[in-house]
Design a protein around this ligand. Structure first.
Ligand code: ZN
Length: 96
């Protein structure tokens, strides 16, 4: 069993969040305190993190395709791929 270091509530291990304070100290907190400390709902935070991961994967995938197209079909395809990758990146970060 864990205790929230802010409000002292007992937490299930799966509900416990680790919050790093500005001076680098790690604290175990509950989701409500997370919201109070960061101003962001934990669900929103988790969603953003997930989106960032998906953007990263999408961009990585595009880069791999670009590299392949460049190698296989010539530099013009490579440049097209880079433009497409940039668009994917911009679109994904806007959608967030
Ligand atoms: Zn708490």
């Amino acid at each position: 069993m864990l205790n929230c270091s802010e409000c002292g509530r007992t937490l299930e291990e799966k509900d416990a969040l680790v919050h790093t304070t500005e001076d680098g100290e790690k604290k175990v907190i509950c989701q409500e305190c997370f919201k109070e400390l960061t101003g962001v709902d934990y669900q929103t935070f988790a969603l953003r993190k997930e989106n960032a991961k998906q953007t990263f994967i999408a961009v990585l995938f595009c880069l791999a395709c670009t590299a392949y197209a460049w190698y296989d079909k010539g530099w013009m395809w490579g440049v097209g791929g880079i433009i497409l990758t940039t668009l994917v990146y911009l679109f994904s970060s806007k959608a967030r």
